[in-house]
Ligand binder design. Sequence first.
Ligand SMILES: Cc1cc2nc3c(=O)[nH]c(=O)nc-3n(C[C@H](O)[C@H](O)[C@H](O)COP(=O)(O)OP(=O)(O)OC[C@H]3O[C@@H](n4cnc5c(N)ncnc54)[C@H](O)[C@@H]3O)c2cc1C
Length: 411
Amino acid sequence: MTEKADTVIIGGGAMGLAVGYNLIRKGMENTVVLEGRYLNVGSTGRNIGVIKERIPTALSGGREDLIKIAREGLKIHARLSSETGINTYYRRSGCLTIARTEEDMKQLEGYHPHFRRLGLRDDYLTPEEIQSRWPYIDARSSLGGFYSPDEAMVHPFGVVWAYVESIKRMGGRVETHNKVKKISRTASGYRVEAKKNVYESENVVITASASSPWLAGQLGFHVPLEPMRKEELISEPIRPFFGPTIERLSVDYQIAQTMRGEVLGTIGYMPPGFDLTESTSGFLNDFADETLSIIPVFKDLRIIRQWTGICDMTLDLLPVVGSLEEGLYISCGHHSHLITLAPIVGQLLAENIITGSTSRMLESFIPQRFDFSHLHKDSRYAECQLKVPETILQPCARETDAKPRLRSKKY
Ligand SMILES: Cc1cc2nc3c(=O)[nH]c(=O)nc-3n(C[C@H](O)[C@H](O)[C@H](O)COP(=O)(O)OP(=O)(O)OC[C@H]3O[C@@H](n4cnc5c(N)ncnc54)[C@H](O)[C@@H]3O)c2cc1C
């Protein structure tokens, strides 16, 4: 059967859902979001939910626009629960970026004047000040840190739930288990062939994260993305006591606590690829070493799961957002920032689709900055399939088989 739609969005992660929500709010009800698997299967269901505006990769040549949109993203997150009537578990937790070596400190001192010039809070705290505010952080573990009280946390599942329910309430559709296999041009727009149906649509929006190059490639566009893998873990819930997210940039370390009490964290990156079945004990050990140096009280924390997700990155570490040609749009390459950016990028891209003009805030991210003249020859991009066994029904439902060093019987 062939269905007609005003806009077909491919990919039901935070990005696709945010675009769908904003299009329908602005009156484009005949919008359908096609998700190939289940909700939260992609990076959106695998991240920590830290929302930040101090993005270091945004501090050179023209990239400051990333900080400007991240700041707007934070503002929308603060009101998303009341706007949609669904709790996204937004919490203004703050974020403390610590320096553990002289090099770390030099790096953070270098960022500081830029963040301040852009109007961001980035307050220096000595190790003693850190420990007096948050006594569980060992003063001997750092040379100090920079703190922003404005940064926050959300529950990514809550954000997805808020968007999906709002889209349905307003008359739009989110179809799961409906993978798009083929996109082609027609006289009046596009033909999208999915597992369950065929759609004819004036507009197509590709928001399939690391699979986006494969979809855009079918229409002759080369979008150079690198699928970097990142691991994450979660503990069983303990009493919620944690203040800010704590991070150390030089080792890509972050640790935070959910409102329910689980401790979440990540460190480092794995080599690029699409294999999400790989979870390493090296990650667990590195995370344990870093955590126990900073927060010794966690020596008895029990880790219950670890998993892997993809951060889709471009060569210049900026997202790709905008129109590829009339009626065809893309938003991908959001590195490790999209939970922060989704609400504002979704809003601006929806405006772009409706009005035909690109917001100034998105100009630095237009796809045309890359060379579309050749398709990617790398076989990794030929058919970008995430390797997730069908038996894994929820992205976070797998017990780790590695021996966690943070395990004890105490909690
Ligand atoms: C471990 C980890 C920690 C992170 N921590 C943070 C954080 O703290 N804060 C933050 O802001 N960001 C974080 N990120 C980054 C963030 O998770 C991503 O930037 C974001 O989720 C990307 O959203 P998306 O909608 O673009 O992609 P996804 O959530 O991956 O959604 C894309 C969807 O497209 C679907 N799809 C693919 N191909 C097709 C097809 N052919 N047909 C139909 N559907 C298709 C996929 O199934 C998937 O559901 C983290 C990422 C990882 C991996």
